[in-house]
Ligand binder design. Sequence first.
Ligand code: FVH
Length: 296
Amino acid sequence: MNNNTDTPVAIIGLGLMGQALAGAFLRAGHPTTVWNRTTSKATELVADGAQLAATVTDALKAGSLTVICVTDYPAMRQLLGPIETELKGRLLVNLTSGDSTQARAMAGWAEERGARYLDGAIMAIPPAIGTVDAVILHSGRKPDFEAHKGTLDALGTVTYLGEDHGLSALYDVAGLSMMWSVLNAWLQGVALVSTAGVDAATFTPFAHQVAAGTADWLAGYAEQIDTGSYPADDATLDTHVGGMAHLIEESEALGVNAELPRLFKALADRAIAAGHGGKSYPVLVEEFGKQSTVYR
Ligand code: FVH
């Protein structure tokens, strides 16, 4: 593994995130070359010691690896398409957000041109880059990741998911789904308790306890999903649905939005209609594995 801090790196794309990535490489001591369509965004990095490349090709040639972080995949294609013959032998680490189909297509495109390609996803905001709180996911060929992990470590907590280039994008959206689910559930709770004059700060330690306690169930439930067996050792889905009906009634009686609890119950009702009422909660994964029937 290459873990010295004098490995030269290049960053293409100096938006909020690209600037943070370049800054983290610089702080770790890596000779850092940067390129951005709007050159002025490089000013501060250059003052901090970065080299400004005149062209994308110059940037590619300057780094042992090139990190690309632009708005989206079409932008990336616009950047790399005109210089495709320069990609042979280069290692590209794409930290631009997109979906798994785009990631796999980009990997195929880059590899056809002789490049090595890792796709990645950043689970952090720019100020966290360079700290352990910045989780950065990577997928692609393992030897490419292992050869460069020591360099990528400068960016945060760097994780490898597997050879399928689409995995980072899939984990990215799965993580976002977790994040918004927790936030929306908390907001529903805040709205409910506020009807009794309880403010968000007072409610939040309890909400945190519930969220953390629920998270502790996941490993055991994952085992049920992976074995396809759902013994209701704790509570049946029928019991959960009783609680959901209560949540809907209470929300509506208090004038609080009940769309989220109604969604919970609609999914659970379908699983019960399919004969799963006596099973444990994660049997609902079967409903999550199907195309949506509403909100399309
Ligand atoms: N910022 C964040 O918190 C999130 C965290 C999670 C991951 N995202 C993803 O990172 C990608 C870049 O996000 P960003 O925040 O840096 O975005 P911007 O500040 O808007 O910068 C965009 C850069 O992309 C360049 N660019 C766009 N289109 C083109 C193009 N056709 N040719 C060349 N460069 C292009 C743009 O250049 P310029 O406008 O400065 O000239 C910026 O460098 C993104 O996928 C997030 O989802 C960040």
